[in-house]
Design a protein around this ligand. Structure first.
Ligand SMILES: [Zn+2]
Length: 233
């Protein structure tokens, strides 16, 4: 956070005006994206390569481990709107399946089920299947959806603008945070998130949709940081 105050224009400006870092909404992040880049790593649209796929894959892998999915000997397919070359990492091949809404040259994306042992990570509806034998569907959810319906054990917490941040652990059913990636705290009556490893853009006190329905607490069974619904106590 101190580094963000020192090096990221958006936070410098906000802090100078108010002496605090108010929640950062998704709309604000989109409009001020260029101001969320550190001064030494400004956004250059023509040359900006975006986020390296390996970083994304590392984050997804950590969420799958938190959820308790064994990865040995399986390929992982992620349902996305954009195509990406397969990534070979951690003894697994990480592929994408195009979402039905993806824009492709050949009309709408087609749902081609994987064959062989695989995990398919997608939004509810996509994750439901039916899938062939050996294929396990893993649902991902955002906090806004989780506030309405409790996510199933084994599903992944994913915010489209922030990434894979945690998972509902199979053993305890609690929404565990990936503590290497994200820190949660309450601010102005809601839960805000600070991403610990990502600097371009830098997210401090990002306010996920639905964050007001959750509070950071400790897992009663494992002791690690979890988010729990305010209403379900
Ligand atoms: Zn737990």
């Amino acid at each position: 956070m101190r580094r963000a105050l020192r090096t990221v224009p958006h936070y410098r400006e906000r802090y100078a005006a108010t002496g605090t870092l108010p929640p950062l909404t998704r709309d604000e992040a989109r409009l001020r994206r260029h101001l969320l880049m550190p001064l030494d790593a400004a956004l250059l649209p023509r040359r900006d390569p975006g986020r390296p796929p390996r970083e994304h894959v590392a984050e997804l892998r950590e969420a799958l481990r938190l959820a308790g999915h064994p990865l040995r000997g399986v390929d992982v397919y992620e349902v996305t709107r954009a195509s990406r070359d397969p990534v070979r990492a951690y003894g697994t091949t990480w592929r994408v399946l195009l979402d039905a809404t993806a824009e492709t040259d050949g009309g709408p994306g087609r749902r081609t089920p994987p064959d062989g042992p695989a995990l398919v990570v997608g939004d509810p509806g996509w994750a439901d299947g039916p899938w062939p034998d050996g294929v396990v569907a893993v649902a991902r959810f955002g906090l806004a959806a989780a506030a309405g319906a409790r996510p199933a054990p084994g599903s992944l917490w994913y915010e489209p603008w922030l990434g894979y941040l945690g998972a509902v652990a199979a053993g305890c059913g609690e929404l565990h945070l990936n503590t290497a990636r994200v820190h949660a705290r309450t601010l102005d009556g809601g839960t805000v998130l600070t991403l610990l490893k990502r600097r371009r853009p830098t997210f401090v006190h990002a306010e996920p949709e639905g964050g007001g329905a959750f509070r950071p607490e400790r897992c009663p069974r494992h002791g690690g940081p979890v988010l729990r619904s305010v209403r379900r106590r």
